[in-house]
Design a protein around this ligand. Structure first.
Ligand code: F6R
Length: 222
């Protein structure tokens, strides 16, 4: 594990984008694991700039996203599908059919989890997985638990995560309470993982994740 310090959010975002850019340049048909939330927005902006400058080509890149809220259709402005289109995909030359995200409207939860795992397998795994960290140490939406999850699963979000997400919704009732997430095992099978963390509010959980025991109670500790 390498820890790369950055002087502020923009510096972190530029450094993260450079690492992803290196992956895209060295392996143009890479499978990138992508995250949503406030952390990667700056990284995506820098990637878009590199693309616009002519330095990156995403035409052969495949992406798999970590998670999606259950109950939100594609195109809903709070869905992660929408987030990815707005913050990255519509600004670069990725092919629509090459980016994947769990289907928040799937009728059969178990079947959707199986489908997403098979999809990741069929892509031969993730080359570089981008992650953020939740205030409770979650990665993807794998909340603190007694065991590390394996494949894609449907998670009941904890109150602290619902609270953290409330800034994006008009009322408590509108905030999804469940989400599909890639499992910890799938995340850990990525050939490289880039975990980005920024801001004072994350300092304590970052310290716990790096210096504390490896425990599913702090998913990022793994
Ligand atoms: C998002 C995801 C989450 C976020 C985490 C941090 O796809 O998987 O684990 O990375 O909740 O969110 P922000 O970046 O908004 O603090």
């Amino acid at each position: 594990m390498r820890i790369i310090k950055a002087k502020d959010y923009n510096d972190m975002s530029r450094k993260a984008a450079n690492i992803i850019a290196a992956q895209v340049i060295m392996k143009p048909d890479s499978v990138l694991g992508l995250a949503t939330g406030s952390t990667p927005i700056g990284t995506y902006k820098h990637l878009i700039s590199l693309y616009q400058a002519g330095d990156l080509d995403f035409s052969e890149i495949r992406t798999v996203n970590l998670d999606e809220y259950k109950g939100l259709p594609k195109g809903n402005d709070q869905s992660y599908d929408y987030f990815m289109k707005e913050n990255l995909f519509k600004h670069i030359n990725i092919k629509e059919e090459n980016s994947y995200i769990p289907d928040g409207m799937a009728e059969d939860d178990e079947e959707e989890c199986r489908r997403y795992d098979q999809l990741i397998d069929s892509l031969k795994g993730v080359d570089l997985q981008l992650l953020g960290i939740g205030l409770n140490g979650h990665i993807g939406f794998n909340e603190p638990n007694d065991v590390f999850s394996k494949g894609t699963n449907l998670i009941k979000l904890t109150e602290s995560t619902i609270e953290a997400n409330s800034r994006f919704f008009e009322s408590y009732d509108d905030i999804p309470k469940y989400a599909f997430t890639m499992g910890i095992k799938s995340i850990m099978q990525a050939r490289k993982i880039l975990l980005c963390v920024s801001g004072k509010s994350k300092a304590e959980i970052l310290k716990e994740s790096i210096e504390g025991p490896i425990t599913p109670q702090v998913p990022a500790s793994i």
